[in-house]
Design a protein around this ligand. Structure first.
Ligand SMILES: NC(=O)c1ccc[n+]([C@@H]2O[C@H](COP(=O)([O-])OP(=O)(O)OC[C@H]3O[C@@H](n4cnc5c(N)ncnc54)[C@H](OP(=O)(O)O)[C@@H]3O)[C@@H](O)[C@H]2O)c1
Length: 278
């Protein structure tokens, strides 16, 4: 097993704190990218039905030779499939494409508040969980009001909320709510999509100080903040670089300097508004 530490979810299941994301990786490339990631030491893979690469991901998992119980596979229910019965069918399709008999984590991809089906949808996830076909269930892009309603109206507290989170969008309110309910915070676009964040002089200076890259500094910040992070790359050298963040530590000055980069600015959609595909 790699050197990646795990966080224990609220149902006792362990989840690696650093995983590999495959959004925008075409199915034809996913097998190679996921194979490189697993060879490099990643044990957690984050895909989704809408990414269209569950099949390629599953092929890499099958070919890896790594025992299934050492891997942590996440997939997500797409917006068009919300609702109790549709969710059960969509989950079957995801398992089929992945070539697996269970996933480690199944998430509702977006809350779609105007559609108002996330409670029924989550009840289908509870059934999947009760049947042992997902070792943990959770949500993605849920805002505080959505989480609070889910917790009030269903039985299984989500294990994870996967949200956009990086030093320019630190999500203090949600992280505090997650802590209150024992929900793990999982950061999507943890590198700020590899754009402006990695060029900010503060980040570059901290990287120089530790003889590391800006991406490693940002990923280390996630680890020390207590987030799960799932950086994506199709570049083999970056796949390796992004996992190599356990041999150094940010000091309190570094953490304070990164703390003030928060602008509350989203790179992705606002979950209150996003209804694409619904
Ligand atoms: N739940 C949701 O709604 C949601 C939304 C978005 C993303 N996600 C998940 O989160 C994962 C990660 O988010 P993301 O893909 O949006 O963005 P990200 O991981 O923050 O950044 C990925 C980008 O950064 C580049 N990059 C990777 N490592 C780098 C490094 N060491 N140095 C410089 N650039 C680097 C990549 O380029 P190359 O690939 O060309 O190397 C890619 O363009 C996704 O793959 C997906 O699994 C979930």
């Amino acid at each position: 097993m790699s050197q990646v530490p795990s966080l224990t979810l609220n149902n006792g299941v362990d989840m690696p704190q650093l995983g590999f994301g495959v959004w925008q990786v075409p199915d034809s490339d996913a097998e190679k990218a996921v194979a490189t990631a697993i060879e490099s030491g990643y044990r957690s893979i984050d895909t989704a039905a809408i990414y269209g690469n569950e099949a390629g991901t599953g092929k890499a998992v099958a070919a890896s030779g790594v025992p299934r119980d050492e891997l942590f596979i996440t997939t997500k229910l797409w917006n068009s499939e919300q609702g109790y019965d549709k969710t059960l069918r969509a989950f079957d399709e995801s398992l089929d494409k992945l070539g697996l008999d269970h996933v480690d984590l199944y998430l509702i991809h977006w809350p779609l508040p105007a559609k108002d089906t996330y409670v029924d949808t989550y009840k289908a996830l509870e059934k999947i969980y009760a049947d042992g076909r997902a070792r943990a269930i959770g949500v993605s892009n849920f805002l505080p009001a959505h989480l609070e309603r889910l917790i009030a109206e269903t039985s299984v507290v989500p294990a994870v909320n996967q949200i956009e989170l990086h030093p320019q969008l630190q999500q203090a309110e949600l992280r505090a709510l997650h802590a209150q309910h024992g929900i793990v915070t999982e950061a999507w676009s943890p590198l700020g999509q590899g754009k402006g964040l990695l060029e900010i002089p503060t980040v570059v200076a901290i990287a120089r100080k530790h003889d590391r890259t800006p991406a490693q500094v940002v990923l280390r910040w996630h680890i020390q903040t207590g987030n799960v992070a799932i950086p994506k790359s199709v570049t083999p050298s970056r796949i390796v670089e992004n996992l190599d963040v356990f041999g150094f530590e940010l000091d309190p000055d570094d953490l304070a300097a990164l703390g003030v980069l928060d602008e509350g600015k989203r790179l992705g959609a606002d979950p209150a508004e996003f209804h694409y595909g619904a």
